[in-house]
Design a protein around this ligand. Structure first.
Ligand code: SDX
Length: 429
């Protein structure tokens, strides 16, 4: 990395602190503040708004221009010309696969789609009405109890097989969490089907009759997975990296990522968007909700709007909006009232001074729920779908860190608590 310098002049200090500046291939330069500790100083950046936590070559986002590149390829080109497993290959290995490489990769994923039969009994410990994300946190973390043969993270082969196992088993476990919630029998994967088809087969098939998966729905499902595959150092990916930095096994790290994704400010937003659109109920009530979103005294936020990085359209939201139109039209679901409310809400918000001033645009979660609902996915499963798609991104970042040089992540703090004081016996308090 080319090295420029920043000089930090601090009142009362004779010499400024010299800090190296590094440039990447794209995006802002970074100031290496590692020397601050030896100067008796910490940097302070709650929420990591201005912090580059690592060097990475996987995904690049330009929030101002609404650009998202996976290993240099724009997300809209991948969404149009590629598919989810090919994008998984790209994220993991850095290049698009040849035909033979893709066939081998897909074949290996297919060989890992089943889960140990003992995991089926895990589900019996949950209430039938348990939230599927709660189940996923539990069973994905438990996978490490089954794979003692591949937990040596310093072994590239172990990391590789763990990546295949997680990418392949997430749809199986996701479908199982849904089937369990409705009291239906689990479906085994059918490896004659492609990734998204197989997922829909396990979600909506039953043992008494052959599955008949609509190619339209399978294509829409595959594009949903692809659009959620990775997104740089977001909260859940940063969680996976931090968990991985302690040497925790990949299954535990991905379970940590699932937990972080669940929050309504992050991956839980897609479920919250549908609930919000259903609560709005009619375009005549949109103004009321937009007013609430602008009211500082009202905690309500327009779910599916705003983003820490995008201060322009989230390019995934654009693709998702086009896909929503296509899927609903192909399914003959004309005038879906929720899509109508979503489109009108977008129009109103994007012309409102508050949203313009704060650069709040629809994000990936705003339209995804419309498509998932059209496919027949229940709202409670929306974030699970996000987790299935994002697993490859989490694994790619985890592997990029573990295969390189890394240290345990251990942030410091600005302490504003009590200075030292002596213990007071209870009789004297
Ligand atoms: C994802 O990081 C990623 O890459 C995430 C993700 C990925 O692929 O991994 O893209 C997926 O998580 C998308 C975001 C999904 N979340 C939502 O849709 C929930 C609604 N959005 C917000 O809660 C919010 O916009 C965040 C959490 C997404 C971003 O929060 P920030 O960057 O911390 O911004 P902020 O909360 O400081 O907001 C800045 C201002 C505030 O007003 P002021 O205090 O400056 O007066 O904008 C306002 C906020 O009140 N604001 C909103 C708003 N989002 C921000 N006001 C109303 N409605 C909203 N949705």
């Amino acid at each position: 990395m080319s090295e420029k310098k920043a000089s930090l002049v601090i009142e009362g200090r004779e010499q400024p602190i010299q800090l190296p500046i590094y440039s990447g291939t794209l995006g802002p330069d970074v100031v290496d503040v590692g020397a601050m500790t030896s100067e008796g100083l910490f940097t302070y950046d709650p929420g990591f708004v201005s912090t580059a936590s690592c060097e990475s070559q996987i995904t690049y986002i330009d929030g101002g221009k609404g650009v998202l590149l996976h290993r240099g390829y724009p997300i809209d080109q991948l969404a149009e010309h590629s598919d989810y497993l090919e994008t998984c290959y790209l994220l993991l290995y850095g290049e698009l696969p040849t035909k033979a490489e893709k066939e081998e990769f897909v074949g290996t994923v297919h060989r890992h789609t089943m889960v140990n039969e003992q995991i089926r009994t895990f589900f019996n410990g949950f209430r039938r009405d348990a939230h599927p994300m709660a189940i996923m946190c539990g069973v994905v973390g438990a996978l490490s109890a089954f794979y003692h043969d591949s937990l040596e993270i310093s072994d590239e082969q172990h990391r590789q097989v763990a990546a295949f196992r997680l990418i392949a088993k997430m749809p199986t476990l996701a479908a199982m969490s849904y089937k369990y919630s409705i009291g239906m029998p689990f479906m085994y994967p059918d490896n004659s089907l492609d990734y998204a088809e197989n997922f829909l087969h396990m979600m909506f098939g039953n043992p008494c009759e052959p599955s008949n998966i609509s190619p339209v729905l399978a294509r829409a499902m595959d594009r949903i997975f692809l659009l959620h595959a990775d997104h740089e150092q977001n909260a859940s990916t940063s969680t996976v990296r931090l968990a991985g930095s302690s040497g925790a096994n990949p299954f535990a790290c991905i379970a940590a990522g699932i937990a972080a994704l669940w929050g309504p400010s992050h991956g839980g937003a897609n479920e919250a968007v549908l609930e919000m659109l259903q609560e709005i109920g009619d375009v005549s009530r949109i103004d009321e909700f937009v007013a609430r979103a602008k009211d500082k005294d009202d905690p309500f936020r327009l779910m599916g709007f705003g983003h820490r990085v995008y201060k322009n359209f989230d390019p995934r939201a654009k693709v998702m909006k086009e896909a929503a139109d296509e899927v609903l039209a192909e399914l003959g679901i004309d005038n879906d009232p929720l899509l109508g409310i979503a489109k009108r809400l977008e129009e109103i918000a994007l012309s409102d001074e508050y949203f313009i001033e704060k650069k709040l645009y629809p994000n990936v979660d705003f339209y995804s729920g419309i498509i998932l609902k059209a496919i027949g996915i229940p709202t409670s499963m929306f974030t699970v779908i996000f987790a299935v798609g994002r697993t490859v991104g989490w694994i790619a970042h985890w592997n990029e860190m573990i295969s390189g040089s890394y240290r345990i992540g251990r942030p410091r703090q600005l302490y504003t608590g009590y200075t030292q004081r002596d213990f007071v016996p209870v009789e004297k308090r």
